[in-house]
Design a protein around this ligand. Structure first.
Ligand code: AMP
Ligand code: MG
Length: 397
């Protein structure tokens, strides 16, 4: 398995199995240069560099005879065109990408993630032609929203054309579409010439990955390539909406950093009840993803709702048995159990939540109490993910 950095500044690295290298630091740069070792027909060949060419030129000046410039996007596109799965960075979380029109390729996504077959994939496009090619009807409201929010973390659901296979749509006759806000990924989609189906690049059920290292932890040995684009900007998945009232209204099925408040400037916007509630046993849900346990580390998660720092400290201290951790806003006083801050604003909390949940596993936490975020604006996205990570377990102090 190889990991390569995003194409724009990219450096292509062959990594040893089990070893992850991020070619961003001077140290790693030096490691790369020390690899100008291998000789082919008397020439020292550097076949490691891509992107801007800066490193390649430097390598030549340091004695390489040949520097081959390989663009990570091109390599990823070749794999995708062959029906393979590649992990890609987006502004929300990392995605596991495959040709959305190729059912065998998309089946590999489900297999790599261990994802239930009826949980549909979001398809990622780079222009409106790809939207028109994939869906039957586009309400004028969708075009208005696309103009305002794309490229960005808004996913819209449309009736699908037959070109989108059932494997991709989880057997539904609709398909979810978005245009990601990541230059390299948009370029990659363009090079592939087809939309990329890409759910979050984690094992099903575990916290979504917001760094290439998170992807590596879950996907090593399951996919051939990860493109490392650094930390994801948002940290939570896109807002998913469907249209109501003949295409004139909006229903939020999954909250994200594009909030219901922002959408309500364009049309009457409601939030689906399953955003904050557990669906009933046999309920037919609009968004199949809400049925499943999600985003969970190994530790047992509980949400703590309180306005009082003192009550929070008192509660956590009463659980001080070595395996207990608190995930707090930061700055709360008097807490004796180990804590991790996930930020005091909803944006920070969205950005950090999944990384912090993964961290609790690394620390060997058994029980994790997470202070409840605001339930408005971007906080709704954080709260929605936390509820599922905690299987809705909440204590009010
Ligand atoms: P993920 O790919 O892990 O970000 O999850 C995608 C989310 O979008 C899941 O919750 C799906 O249930 C939802 N979704 C995708 N496609 C559709 C669709 N056609 N109709 C309703 N929900 C969808
Ligand atoms: Mg997911």
């Amino acid at each position: 398995m190889r990991i390569i950095t995003g194409s724009a500044k990219g450096t292509r690295l062959e990594t040893l199995e089990g070893e992850m290298t991020r070619p961003t630091s001077e140290k790693v740069k030096e490691a790369i240069f020390s690899m100008i070792q291998f000789d082919v027909e008397g020439k020292r060949i550097l076949d490691l560099f891509g992107g801007s060419g800066q490193l390649g030129l430097e390598a030549l000046s340091r004695g390489a005879d040949i520097a081959t410039f390989v663009d990570s996007s091109r390599e990823a596109a070749e794999l995708i065109k062959k029906g393979e799965v590649v992990a890609i960075p987006t502004e929300t979380v990392y995605g596991l990408a495959a040709d959305a029109y190729n059912p065998e390729a998309c089946a590999k996504i489900f297999k790599a993630k261990g994802r239930p077959q009826d949980n549909p994939l979001i398809i990622h496009i780079c222009d409106l032609d790809m939207l028109k090619n994939s869906v039957k009807e586009i309400p004028p409201l969708a075009l208005t929203l696309a103009e305002h929010f794309w490229s960005g973390s808004l996913t819209m659901i449309f009736p699908k054309k037959d070109i989108v296979p059932d494997t991709t749509s989880g057997g539904l006759d609709t398909v979810a579409v978005r245009m990601p806000d990541n230059e390299d990924t948009l370029n990659l989609i363009k090079m592939c010439g087809v939309p990329l189906a890409a759910p979050s690049a984690n094992l099903s059920g575990s916290p979504s990955p917001t760094t290439a290292q998170h992807v590596y932890a879950d996907m090593n040995g399951r996919i051939p390539l990860i493109i490392d684009g650094g930390e994801c900007k948002n940290g939570v998945e896109s807002t998913v909406i469907c249209f109501t009232n003949g295409g004139t209204g909006i229903k939020v099925l999954r909250p994200g950093v594009i909030t219901a408040e922002m959408l309500s400037r364009f049309a009457k916007t409601e939030t689906d009840k399953n955003v904050f509630a557990k669906p009933d046993e046999n309920e037919k849900v609009i968004s199949p993803g809400v049925k499943y346990k999600h985003y969970s580390p190994r530790a047992d998660i509980t949400i703590i709702e309180t306005d009082s720092d003192e009550k929070l400290a008192e509660f956590l201290n009463s659980k001080n048995d070595g395996g207990t951790y608190g995930v707090i806003f930061g700055g709360e006083k008097g807490i004796e159990v180990p804590t991790i801050s996930y930020g005091s604003t909803a944006q920070e909390q969205a950005h950090n939540l999944f990384a912090v949940l993964r961290k609790t596993d690394e620390l060997g936490a058994k029980r994790v109490y997470v202070r409840c975020p605001e339930k408005t604006g971007v906080g709704t996205a954080v709260y929605n993910r936390l509820l599922r990570a905690a299987a809705f377990k909440t204590i009010i102090l």
